[in-house]
Structures are given as structure tokens and as C-alpha cells.
Design a protein around this ligand. Structure first.
Ligand SMILES: Cc1cc2nc3c(=O)[nH]c(=O)nc-3n(C[C@H](O)[C@H](O)[C@H](O)COP(=O)(O)O)c2cc1C
Length: 355
């Protein structure tokens, strides 16, 4: 029998925050989580105190990989040391984001057009992972912005991160097929030459952004190339996968060690579970319960961090109820909520009227 691939929740900026990851881990029993991405330039140039909460995770979210983006190799070195000290499972470098704010400044998917810089970034992160294992810490580095050091200290205290094992942190890359067309014949060897521990490929180009369909033939060819080069390098494939069964088929097709699912999980953490379980769970009452649990978790995390904005929770609420009769009216109410108790009240009213 084929080995079950690892299933991962794709990193999604503005979506896969602390609360959503907790929900997906608990209800989807996903194997591996990624954080949303964080800019190494912002972290290293003084914004760390503001951004460090992006790296919040609790013991229940492990194993969890921190994703970072940028274009300055030395900042990848420093940030990898930071993430090692925060006891992450791994560090993932984003070389796939097509967003103008990221790619037009030379980061994310734009790095596909900068092979030497991309290699240097991976090398620096890998060197930091080795140096960490051999006893080096962020505070040993020269010219570190004091705000970065302060943020690290406070984050460790906040989450009571004490003794972290000095082991070499895996360094991975998440990227796309190319800039305007499939460039894997040159882009993959560029990456493989510096031996990242894991490569995740989204089967689209930068130009495609999220349009068209992911090219699974290209992802299968990539799997063969990676495994031929070095079977120890892990490979995750990604793009348009809808559920557990499709993930199994796609893993077999591509020889991928793991499949990453993103958008199909919006409002539905059960997509990571086998069909029989999904069918049992696919009841309106379960989605309502999820919406409430998620909203409460979101609020709790906000409180912990001294924030009160409920805004970024609202889209999740709309996703949870998208299949119910009268969804449009219910959505119109939910997207105006400002607290978990309001969500609870609206959903209770709906149920009282509709059952
Ligand atoms: C709203 C949104 C935000 C995203 N943010 C990130 C990100 O921070 N880092 C990243 O590597 N990919 C990001 N992606 C890409 C996803 O990780 C994934 O590669 C893509 O959505 C394709 O997978 P899917 O078809 O399963 O959604 C984002 C995608 C979406 C839709």
C-alpha cells in the first residue's frame, strides 16, 4: 500500500493566523502547519516588536514551520537564528508570492529571476541553522537591531520558551513553476544545488497568480527531478487540491512526500479528513459550532495580545455558512459582527427560526 502523504495547511497571508491554524489542527488533524509570511527586512529594521506576534503558536500547533520573505541574505541569517530560538520546526523561504507589494520589490516569486540571490538566501539560512546547532545565538551577532533582540526576549518570555534543543533547523523553499512560463528545468537545479531540506511547489507561474489551473503534469515532472537528484530532499506539491482523497491521488502522481491545501480549507477544516469522516461531520450545526469556536479563539488570542479588532475574523464566518439556506442574509449579519458573543447570538437566532 502507498504511504499516506503528509497533509499541510498552506500558508495564506491574512487567513492562516493563530486562531485558524488552531481550528485546522484540531478539526482537520493536519500533519503540518505554516505561519503566514513575515518580511525579514521589516523584522530586522525595527518592526519586530510589532510583527513578532505573527510567530505566535501554542504547543498544540507543533509541528509548525515559520515562513519568511525578503531579498536581503544577511536578514535571512538573522531571522533564522531568531526562529530557531523560538523553537520552530523549520524555516520556510517564500519564493512564490506574486503580490505586487512583494514581487515588485524583488522578493517572493521575483527571486525566480534572481537565481544567484535565491541561492545566497538559502545558503545564509542554512548557515544560521548550522551555527545555531553549534551554539550561536542572535545576541552573538554584530549589528543586530536592538528591537529585534528585544522582541525575541519578550516573545520567549511571553510563551515561556525556555530550553530549546540545539539542532539543525530544516530550511525549505516554497515557490512556483516560473515567472512567465514553466522554468523548472533551470529553476529546480538552481534550488537543488544548495540543498534545501524541503521544496514546496505551487503548480502555477508568477504571471498566472491564482488564475487558470495548477499544472500537475509539471508538478509530477518536478517530483521525478527532485527525487532523482536526492531522495532525501522532501517534496510537497500544491495547487487546487480539494480534499483528502484528491491529495492521495496527487501525491502518487507526483511522488510528493506531502500535499499542501490552501483555499479548499476556507470555512472547512474537514477537507483534510477521509470522505467517511467528512460526510459524518458535514452538518450545518457543526459548521455553526466551528464558527463560534473559531470566533472565541480569535477573540482570546486578540485579548492575549491586547488587540480588539474583530475585522479579520469576519471573512471566516462568511465561509463557514456559505452552504446554508439563506446564506446571503446570514452573511450580511455576520460580516458586521464585532465579537464572538454577537456571532453566537446571530447563529442561535437563525437556528431558532429555521429548525
Ligand atoms: C489569501 C491567500 C494568501 C496567501 N498567502 C501566502 C503566503 O503568505 N505564503 C505563501 O507561500 N503562499 C501564500 N499563498 C499561496 C498558497 O499558499 C497556495 O500556494 C495557493 O493558494 C495554492 O494552493 P490552493 O489552490 O490549495 O489554495 C496565499 C494564497 C491565498 C489565496
Amino acid at each position: 500500500m502507498e504511504k499516506k502523504p503528509l497533509l499541510a495547511l498552506a500558508p495564506m497571508d491574512g487567513v492562516t493566523d493563530f486562531a485558524f491554524r488552531s481550528i485546522v489542527k484540531k478539526h482537520g488533524q493536519v500533519d503540518l502547519l505554516w505561519t503566514e509570511f513575515v518580511s525579514v527586512e521589516a523584522l530586522c529594521r525595527g518592526a519586530a516588536p510589532k510583527l513578532i506576534s505573527q510567530f505566535d503558536y501554542g504547543p498544540l500547533q507543533k509541528p509548525i514551520i515559520a515562513q519568511i520573505f525578503g531579498k536581503t541574505p544577511e536578514y535571512f541569517y538573522l531571522t533564522t537564528l531568531l526562529l530557531a530560538e523560538l523553537a520552530f520546526t523549520g524555516v520556510d523561504i517564500n519564493m512564490g508570492c506574486p503580490a505586487k507589494t512583494v514581487a515588485q520589490s524583488g522578493s517572493g516569486a521575483a527571486l525566480i529571476a534572481q537565481p544567484q540571490l535565491a541561492q545566497e538566501i538559502i545558503k545564509q539560512a542554512k548557515q544560521a541553522a548550522i551555527d545555531w546547532a553549534e551554539g550561536k545565538s542572535l545576541s552573538d551577532c554584530k549589528n543586530v537591531n536592538p528591537k529585534l533582540l528585544r522582541a525575541l526576549k519578550e516573545q520567549k518570555e511571553f510563551w515561556q520558551i525556555k530550553k530549546v534543543k540545539r539542532q539543525v533547523l530544516p530550511v525549505s523553499v516554497k515557490t512556483r513553476l516560473g515567472i512567465n512560463k514553466n522554468e523548472l528545468k533551470t529553476w529546480l537545479p538552481t534550488l537543488l544545488a544548495v540543498k534545501p531540506d524541503l521544496i514546496t511547489l505551487h503548480g502555477r507561474t508568477l504571471k498566472q497568480a491564482y488564475g487558470g489551473r495548477a499544472d500537475w503534469q509539471a508538478l509530477a515532472e518536478a517530483g521525478a527531478m527532485i527525487k532523482k537528484f536526492d531522495p532525501k530532499i522532501k517534496y510537497f506539491a500544491n495547487g487546487d487540491v480539494k480534499n483528502y482523497e484528491e491529495a492521495l491521488v496527487k501525491a502518487q502522481l507526483t511522488r510528493a512526500d506531502g500535499i499542501m491545501i490552501g483555499r479548499a480549507s476556507f470555512g472547512n477544516p474537514f477537507v483534510f479528513l477521509p470522505l467517511a469522516k467528512r460526510q459524518k461531520l458535514a452538518k450545518k450545526s457543526n459548521f455553526f459550532a466551528l464558527a463560534i469556536e473559531h470566533a472565541k479563539l480569535f477573540e482570546k488570542h486578540n485579548l492575549l495580545r491586547g488587540r480588539d479588532k474583530f475585522f479579520s475574523m469576519r471573512k471566516h464566518l462568511a465561509w463557514y455558512i456559505k452552504e446554508v439556506p439563506g446564506a446571503a442574509k446570514l452573511r450580511a449579519q455576520l460580516v458586521k459582527t464585532n465579537s464572538a458573543s454577537e456571532v453566537e447570538e446571530i447563529l442561535a437566532n437563525y437556528q431558532a427560526k429555521n429548525e
